[in-house]
Design a protein around this ligand. Sequence first.
Ligand code: ADP
Length: 398
Amino acid sequence: MSLILAVNAGSSSLKYQLYEANDFTVLASGQIERIGKEDAIASIKVDGNKEKKVIPILDHTRAVEVALSDILEFSSVKNLDDIKGVGHRVVHGGEAFDNSVIVDDAAIAKVEELSSLAPLHNPANLIGYHAFKDALKEANHTFVFDTAFHQTMEPKAFLYALPYKYYEDYQVRKYGMHGTSHKYIAKRTAELLDKPIEDVNTIVCHLGNGASLAAIKGGKVIDTSMGFTPLAGVMMGTRTGDVDPAVFPYLLEKTGLSVDEQMHVYNYESGMLGISGISNDAREIEEATAEGNERAILTSEMYAYKIANYIGTYFVHLGHVDAIVFTAGIGENDTGVRARVIDSVSEALHINFNHELNSKVRGVEVELSEEGSTTKVFIIPTDEELMIAEDTKKLLGL
Ligand code: ADP
């Protein structure tokens, strides 16, 4: 038996999904939260049954031990040597990686070097890698990068109009994020349309706590909304999205906040939370909007407007759009967001939107457009773990 583990290691969390390599049957999925704490939470799901415990897990090495012993205890897997491949999500691959790679010393060194571009994420991804490398003697490892799928963007799309030397000397440019999700959705959309991916133009709306859109032409990203960091693009749960850069120094002067404090405002106190003053959670915004709360209504309208702006731009560059796809927590579940976004663009893109169906469906793969739509609309639940597992299988020849 050949198994593949897809791993997403964060600074205080570890998520994993275990697959049968032959047909990608999911044998177990689990997560460890609050790594570093006495009351860390370890959970594992097998065949729809969830086991959960609160125990001290003080570092990633221990987290990996707990995850692997949970797999042995609760899943059908009885020998960890069957795990032949481990795919690790790595947030930033810079310009060095336009695809997933088998891990070697050079790849590790490069990911370490790129930590300056993702200081919160790349080091945590590497800690996860080392912990699994030590624990699983029979496995080979791959890195799957969040930025890689966006590397097809041309310079005219990814450069900022700063002096060119800042790109040359400091690699300042648009990288984009959520690439693994966008890649999965592009592939799945082509399957649903029953067309070769080379013939399909898609706008993917990955709307979770973090949110990004991508314009994908024939399977290649031509533009995406996140930038040098995940702060750019559309409005998010607590992040600003695009703001005139001159606002930053202006507010420093007016508020007396430090650069770090102001960055905190941009990252954690803005977006839906900042505008509504209620919550960063789309569910609460939706409820307050329904109750007639004015700031919630404004938040809902702004959120859809910013997304529609990007859809409009991408529509122009794509020429025609076969499908707009909603995915991630908000995209899959928030009926109000989907309706407002599509209402904003349906005239331009000739969409016949099935409002009634939209209001009823959450978290399922479904078409929301009706007969006669030039552009189709889908919900496709994202599956980044499956992409990681597929790339790992391909690279390792499992
Ligand atoms: P992350 O970017 O952390 O991976 P997710 O893709 O899991 O985020 O999305 C999380 C967000 O999805 C939540 O903060 C919430 O706003 C939204 N969400 C989840 N379920 C629903 C729902 N039923 N209705 C509306 N929004 C939802």
